[in-house]
Design a protein around this ligand. Structure first.
Ligand code: ZN
Length: 138
């Protein structure tokens, strides 16, 4: 069995945003040389997510509106976590959107349905954050 590990770094200019990282993950698979196996992709920070969904701008706006209803950023004073920090909403948004994605690799490619794409979701940006890519297989 072969294994491969890489960290990707993202530094979004805004507090919240989504980045399609499917191509970067496929580049890792290509680099690993693994043809059959699994890839794990996880955010290494507790205010960011990695998830699978459709690459469609309207949907990303819908996520923003939906998450702001569930865990509005402001007022910052509504959260016990805030004080030293102001990112309680980002912790909650990450919890809903998830930490990681595990995907199958078949014949050297992500074995996805027609609309599945991997996203990095940022909820407390403007600083560098890491995503771990771990691949096992042969
Ligand atoms: Zn915090």
């Amino acid at each position: 069995m072969k294994s491969y590990r890489k960290e990707l770094t993202f530094n979004l200019p805004s507090r919240r945003g989504y980045v399609n990282i499917t191509r970067k993950v496929q580049e890792c698979i290509d680099e690993s040389g693994i043809k059959e196996g699994f890839v794990l992709v996880n955010a290494m920070h507790i205010t960011a997510s990695v998830f699978v969904n459709d690459d469609e701008p309207g949907l990303h706006q819908d996520f923003e509106v939906w998450l702001e209803k569930l865990a509005p950023e402001k007022p910052h004073s509504q959260y016990r976590h805030n004080g030293f920090e102001d990112n309680a909403d980002a912790h909650l948004k990450r919890q809903i959107m998830g930490r990681e994605v595990v995907a199958a690799i078949t014949n050297g490619k992500l074995d996805f349905g027609p609309w599945e794409q991997i996203f990095y979701g940022e909820f407390d940006g403007k600083r560098p954050k890491r995503v771990l890519v771990k691949i096992i297989g042969e």
